[in-house]
Design a protein around this ligand. Structure first.
Ligand SMILES: Cc1ncc(C[n+]2csc(CCOP(=O)(O)OP(=O)(O)O)c2C)c(N)n1
Ligand SMILES: [Mg+2]
Length: 352
């Protein structure tokens, strides 16, 4: 499903239209740094899940190129005048690119009380960041496409250029929530400014995408709605991802209408810790980016080495912090269940 490393002709690279040269070394270094940060974080989670320093792991190694480019293009902030994000469990690089801290993700992985996303209650990579409009994530797949309609309506009614962004996987698009999102976003009475993203990694756990999808591309669902753009891109390629996201963001921001973007990405450690979380020989977007930069003389191998070492040292320090922190007290499980606290009649003991 994901592409093999491309062999570019030197003429193409030398051209002024070369998408990597157009992006420029500074931006590409920033994207590379975020991709490395996300990869090291995910690999640390996997190690933690195997070593008893955390429980279940699920995450996004293989999606760093597309997701770092996505996170960097978000209009960040809180409230209806900033972009809202309804994400799924492979989105670490999105929130890291928006400024989220690895230490907080490590706290969630260890289920310690200091986890700001869920107070140690949710799975790893289930972010909730009010100050960045990252709405609480759910491990039930695809429900985010239904909740995204709500912030989409609020932003369609408000005088703002902010938009709603939703992402999820290919298998989940078989569920009704994805189609509800398409239908609601395209109502002629009130079109919604939603950037609808599907990351197609070729799998739904252990079921191959090709065996389940009669449509050629998932982005072809856009064809049911006259005028709705739908596009499929190579999510392993930084330049292609950046340009596609730039176009999609601009379209939704300006036209206040939806856009369906499908990114084909690798799934480098399989589905989750439940399937072993061992490395799979699929194309690696970080290795591909490094090759593109070297080929153009935009970076040296030593630049990459420094970035990997710097990020690894920062991650070690963050992990050390999270390791010293206590787990939540049992009684705190009742906090934040209801906005106004627990009603006195609520049964806190006994089974159903
Ligand atoms: C509503 C619901 N049904 C089933 C599951 C079990 N489940 C977890 S992940 C997954 C596969 C999702 O595949 P895809 O949408 O392609 O996303 P990917 O994991 O490949 O990124 C399933 C079926 C779930 N979490 N929620
Ligand atoms: Mg999938």
């Amino acid at each position: 499903m994901a592409r093999m490393p491309s062999v570019k002709t030197s003429a193409k690279i030398a051209s002024a239209a070369d998408p990597y040269k157009k992006l420029g070394a500074a931006k590409l270094f920033k994207v590379h740094e975020l991709m490395v940060r996300a990869r090291l974080l995910e690999e640390r989670f996997i190690k933690m899940s195997k070593g008893g320093d955390g429980f279940f792991w699920i995450g996004g190694p293989g999606e760093e190129a597309f997701n770092a480019c996505l996170g960097l293009q978000v209009k960040k902030g809180r409230g209806v005048d900033h972009d809202f994000l309804h994400l799924h469990y492979r989105s670490a690089a999105v929130v890291l690119a928006m400024g989220a801290r690895p230490v907080d993700a490590l706290r969630q992985m260890r289920s310690v009380a200091a986890d700001p996303h869920s107070k140690g209650r949710n799975f790893v990579n289930h972010y909730a960041i009010p100050e960045l409009n990252v709405v609480p994530m759910s491990p039930t797949i695809e429900t985010q496409y239904a909740t995204s309609i709500g912030t989409g309506i609020a932003q369609a009614r408000a005088k703002t250029d902010a938009i709603t962004i939703v992402n999820g996987g290919d298998a989940g698009t078989a569920e009704g929530d994805f189609h509800s999102c398409l239908v609601w976003a395209n109502r002629p009475a009130l079109p919604l400014p939603i950037l609808i993203i599907v990351v197609n990694n070729g799998w739904g756990i252990s079921t191959e995408t090709a065996s389940q999808h009669g449509e050629r591309n998932i982005s072809d669902w856009a064809k049911a709605f006259p005028g709705m753009p739908g596009r499929t891109v190579d999510g392993n390629d930084v330049a292609e991802s950046w340009a596609a996201l730039e176009e999609a963001f601009a379209y939704v921001r300006q036209n206040r209408k939806p856009y369906l973007l499908e990114a084909r990405c690798s799934r480098l450690y399989g589905h989750s810790s439940s399937s072993g979380a061992n490395r799979i020989p699929e194309p690696d977007c970080i290795a591909l980016l490094e090759a593109e930069l070297l080929e153009r003389g935009l970076a040296k191998a030593a630049d990459f080495r420094k970035a990997w070492e710097r990020e690894a040292a920062a991650l070690d320090a963050a992990h050390k912090t999270a390791k010293t922190e206590p787990f939540p007290e049992g009684e705190t499980v009742w906090e934040d269940v209801f906005a106004d606290g627990l009603p006195p009649s609520y049964p806190t003991r006994g089974g159903s």
